[in-house]
Design a protein around this ligand. Structure first.
Ligand code: SF4
Length: 702
C-alpha cells in the first residue's frame, strides 16, 4: 500500500522537512513537509529532485577488499585487525578517521566514541572542518561555547538582514525563499549583501558591497568604530555582559578610513551607507557563511561580526543576532558529539581535565584521548608523510574536495591501509580504498541531523538498503566490538545511540552548559520514531520551545560574560606576479558537493552542465578570451585545470570563480581544489578556499 514517511533533506544546513511518498510499485515522490519549522512545506530544486537520485547506478552493494567481493565478516575482521595491529605497533596516533557532515549524529557519535574513548587518539576530523570550523572557534572565543544564539524566524523579524560571504539564494535556498517572501510583504525590511561577486542572492539586496577578498575584518572593525562614534552602542549591555570592549574598540578605531577603503576596495559612500543602516536598525541579523569561514582570517572575521552585535546588545533577541549558516546537513550534529579533532563530546573540551574525566567515566573508557588530534589538512599531511598508517574515510570524497587535492590523492594512494565507507563505489576516493564498505544512503537509514538553527530532526528510512549496504554506525560498532570493546559498542539501533548521546549531554549537570538534550535521555524506540523536530537545549523535564540564547547575558565563559576579540585587519597577499588573479571557489544552485547524488538527476544537471570560470568582461577582453572559450588556470600548487569561460559583469575585476563540484570522473581537468594550497586559519584550521592566486590564459591545444 502507498505510504508517506516524514524525513529530512540530506543536502544543506537549512534542514528542510521532506515527505517521501512510496507508491505500491516502489516509486517515490517527494514534497516539502508543511509542518517542519525550517521550511513549512517549501523545497528548493535539489530537495524536490531527491526522488530522481535514488537509483543504483554506481552504488556500492557489497564489501570489497582490494577490489574483490568479500563477506561483511571478512571485511570487518580485516579492518579491526589492521587497526588493532597498527595501534599496538605504532601507537594510537598512527590511525585516523575522516568523517563527513553527511553522516547522521548517531554515526558521528559512535565514530567519536571509538576513536577518542577506546582507541585513545583524537585523530578524528571531518569535512565540516572545510565548512564551519571558523564559526565554531569564533563562537567559543566570544560566547565560551559553540552556541548559535538565534533562529531562522529572526530573519523574518529583522528590519535589516546583512548577508556576508553567503550566496544564500543558491546555497541555502529555502531560507532565502523565506527572506525574499518576507521582504516582498514588508518592503521596510532591508537586505545588504557583502560578497565580491554579484550573485543570485544580490538580486534582492538594497545594497551590494562588492568587497575585496578577505576585506571583511577591516569592514566590521570600521563598523564597530562607527557605532561608537554614532552613539549606537548599548553601554548597559556591554557593561553587564561583556569584557574586552575598550581594547577591541581602540584597536578597531586605530584603522584609518583610508586603510578601510584600501582593505575593502569599496566606495566611501557605500561604506557609509552600510554603517548608517546598521547603526540605525535595532533589529539586525548578520548571516555569514563560507565567504567568512573559508579564510585564513576566518575566525577573526566571525569575531569582528560578533563584536558589532555585542556592542549593540543585538544578540539572542527576536530579529537580532549574528547567525552562522552551516553548509552541510549535519555539520551542527557533528559538533554536538565532538566530531572535530579538538572537541570531546556534548560540547566538552579535550583540553579540560574535568571534561575528559567526565566523558571517560560515562563511557567506561580505557584510554580517553588526552590531547587534540589532527585537523583535516594536518591529517592528510600526516598521511602523506607516513605518520598515519591506517585511515578510515566515511561518506566523503577528499580526493576532490580537500585543498591541494592532487597531494591528498597521492597521500591516500600511498597510505598502507585505507578503508572507505560510502554509498557509491565509483567516487575518486572510493577507488583508492583497500577495503570498501557499502553504506546505507538517504531514505535507507535512520537517525537524526541538526540544522543551522540548532533544530534536531529525524531522517527516517522509506526503502530497503540495496545489496548488503549497512548504516555507518553499524559498521563502526562492529569494528569496535571486533577490536575488543564488545560492551561499549553493543548497539542494536540508532535510538539507543541517540539516548546515550542525550544522557551524556546531561551527565553530572553538564547541562549547566549550552548543549543539553537530557529530555531525550530515556527515549525509547517509539519515542525516537515519533520524535518531532526540536531545538536544543531541552533539558530533562522541559518541553520543546523556540529557543534563543544570550539576550540577557548568561554566556558560557566562567564569569558569565562574552568576550570582545581584537581582530587582525591585515588581509593576506595571495596574488603574486605569476598568479595575478584571485580564485574564489563555491557551489552552484543545483549540485551538491562532488555530485555523487545530484548528477543522477537530469533536471539538476541541466542547470549548469559543465564547470566554468566566471570572469569579468574587461579581464576576458584583456586576455583575448571570448565567452565559452577554453581557459587554463594554474596556481602555486603546480596543478592546472581546464574549463570554459563564463564572461559576466557579475564577477569583480581581477577575480575568477570556479565551482567546486566537478570531479575526475566527470571532467578530468576540473578538480578546482587541486589549485588551492593548504593554507588554513591558524585558530580554526579551516582552509582558505576562496582566496587563491592563479594565472589565467587561453588554452592552446598545441
Ligand atoms: Fe534541502 Fe537545503 Fe534545499 Fe532545504 S534548502 S530542500 S535542506 S537543499
Amino acid at each position: 500500500m502507498a505510504h508517506e514517511v516524514k524525513t529530512t533533506c540530506p543536502y544543506c544546513g537549512v534542514g528542510c522537512g521532506v515527505i517521501a511518498k512510496v507508491e505500491e510499485n516502489g516509486a517515490v515522490s517527494i514534497k516539502g513537509d508543511p509542518d517542519h519549522p525550517a521550511n513549512y512545506g517549501r523545497l528548493c530544486s535539489k530537495g524536490s529532485a531527491l526522488g530522481e537520485t535514488l537509483d543504483l547506478d554506481g552504488r556500492a552493494l557489497y564489501p570489497t577488499v582490494d577490489g574483490k567481493r568479500q563477506s561483511w565478516d571478512a571485511a570487518l575482521d580485516l579492518v579491526a585487525e589492521t587497526f588493532s595491529r597498527t595501534i599496538s605497533e605504532q601507537g594510537p596516533d598512527s590511525v585516523a578517521f575522516y568523517l563527513s557532515g553527511q553522516l547522521l549524529t548517531e554515526d558521528y557519535y559512535v565514530a567519536n566514541k571509538l576513536m577518542k574513548g577506546f582507541i585513545g587518539s583524537a585523530n578524528i576530523d571531518t569535512n565540516s572542518r572545510l565548512c564551519m570550523a571558523s564559526s565554531v572557534a569564533g563562537h567559543k572565543r566570544a560566547f565560551g561555547a559553540d552556541t548559535v544564539p538565534g533562529n531562522y524566524r529572526d530573519l523574518e523579524l529583522a528590519d535589516l538582514v546583512v548577508l556576508v560571504g553567503s550566496n544564500m539564494g543558491w546555497c541555502h535556498p529555502v531560507l532565502y525563499q523565506r527572506l525574499a517572501a518576507e521582504k516582498a510583504k514588508r518592503p521596510g525590511l532591508k537586505v545588504v549583501v557583502i560578497d565580491p561577486r554579484r550573485t543570485a542572492t544580490s538580486d534582492i539586496a538594497d545594497l551590494h558591497l562588492s568587497i575585496r577578498p578577505d576585506g571583511d575584518v577591516a569592514l566590521f572593525n570600521g563598523l564597530l568604530a562607527h557605532l561608537v562614534e554614532a552613539g549606537a552602542i548599548d553601554q548597559s549591555y556591554i557593561a553587564a555582559h561583556t569584557t574586552g570592549f575598550a581594547e577591541t574598540f581602540s584597536a578597531a578605531a586605530s584603522q584609518s578610513f583610508a586603510d578601510l577603503l584600501d582593505a575593502t576596495g569599496l566606495p566611501a559612500m557605500q561604506i557609509r551607507q552600510f554603517f548608517q543602516m546598521f547603526a540605525a536598525t535595532e533589529r539586525s541579523v548578520t548571516c555569514y557563511s563560507q565567504g567568512v569561514n573559508q579564510s585564513s582570517l576566518g575566525t577573526d572575521k566571525v569575531n569582528a561580526i560578533i563584536n558589532c552585535h555585542l556592542a549593540t546588545g543585538r544578540v539572542g533577541k527576536p530579529g537580532c543576532g549574528p547567525f552562522s549558516l552551516t553548509g552541510q546537513p549535519n555539520a551542527m550534529g557533528g559538533r554536538e558529539v565532538g566530531g572535530l579533532a579538538n572537541m570531546l563530546a556534548a560540547h566538552m573540551e579535550i583540553a579540560n581535565p574535568d571534561d575528559r574525566d567526565r566523558v571517560r567515566r560515562f563511557w567506561a573508557s580505557p584510554s580517553i584521548a588526552e590531547k587534540p588530534g589532527l585537523k583535516a589538512v594536518e591529517m592528510f599531511q600526516a598521511v602523506a608523510d607516513g605518520r598515519i598508517k591506517a585511515l578510515w574515510i566515511m561518506s566523503t570524497n577528499p580526493v576532490v574536495s580537500m585543498p591541494d587535492a592532487d597531494a591528498v590523492k597521492a597521500a591516500i594512494a600511498a597510505c598502507p591501509f585505507v578503508v572507505v565507507s560510502d554509498i557509491q563505489a565509483d567516487t575518486d576516493t572510493a577507488q583508492l580504498a583497500h577495503v570498501l564498505l557499502p553504506a546505507a544512503g538517504w531514505g535507507e537509514k535512520s537517525g537524526t541531523v541538526t540544522n543551522s538553527e540548532r533544530r534536531i530532526s529525524r531522517q527516517r528510512p522509506f526503502k530497503l538498503a540495496p545489496g548488503e549496504a549497512r548504516p555507518d554506525w553499524w559498521q563502526m560498532a562492529e569494528v569496535g566490538r571486533r577490536m575488543g570493546f564488545a560492551e561499549a559498542f553493543a548497539y542494536s539501533s540508532p535510538a539507543e545511540i541517540f539516548a546515550e548521546h542525550a544522557s551524556l549531554s546531561a551527565f553530572e549537570n553538564h547541562g549547566s552548559r549550552d548543549f543539553d538534550i537530557g529530555a531525550y535521555a530515556t527515549a525509547r524506540e517509539a519515542d525516537y520514531e515519533a520524535l518531532i523536530p526540536f531545538q536544543w537545549p531541552q533539558q530533562a523535564g522541559e518541553t520543546a520551545s523556540e529557543s534563543r540564547f544570550f539576550a540577557n547575558g548568561g554566556f558560557y565563559h566562567a564569569d558569565g560574560k562574552a568576550r570582545f576579540i581584537v581582530c587582525d585587519t591585515a588581509a593576506p597577499e595571495r596574488v603574486k606576479a605569476d598568479f595575478p588573479f584571485t580564485l574564489n571557489t563555491g557551489r552552484v544552485r543545483d549540485h551538491w558537493h562532488t555530485m555523487t547524488r545530484t548528477a543522477k538527476s537530469a533536471r539538476l544537471s541541466a542547470h549548469l552542465a559543465e564547470p566554468f570560470a566566471e570572469i569579468h568582461p574587461l579581464d576576458a577582453a584583456s586576455l583575448g578570451l571570448a565567452d565559452a572559450a577554453l581557459v587554463e588556470l594554474t596556481s602555486e600548487t603546480g596543478a592546472r585545470i581546464l574549463v570554459r569561460t563564463l564572461v559576466t559583469a557579475r564577477q569583480s575585476r581581477g577575480s575568477i570563480f570556479v565551482p567546486m563540484h566537478w570531479t575526475g570522473e566527470t571532467a578530468s581537468l576540473a578538480r578546482v581544489d587541486t589549485l588551492v594550497p593548504s593554507v588554513t586559519d591558524p585558530i580554526s584550521g579551516q582552509p582558505a578556499l576562496k582566496h587563491v592566486g592563479v594565472s589565467v590564459k587561453p588554452y592552446n591545444a598545441h
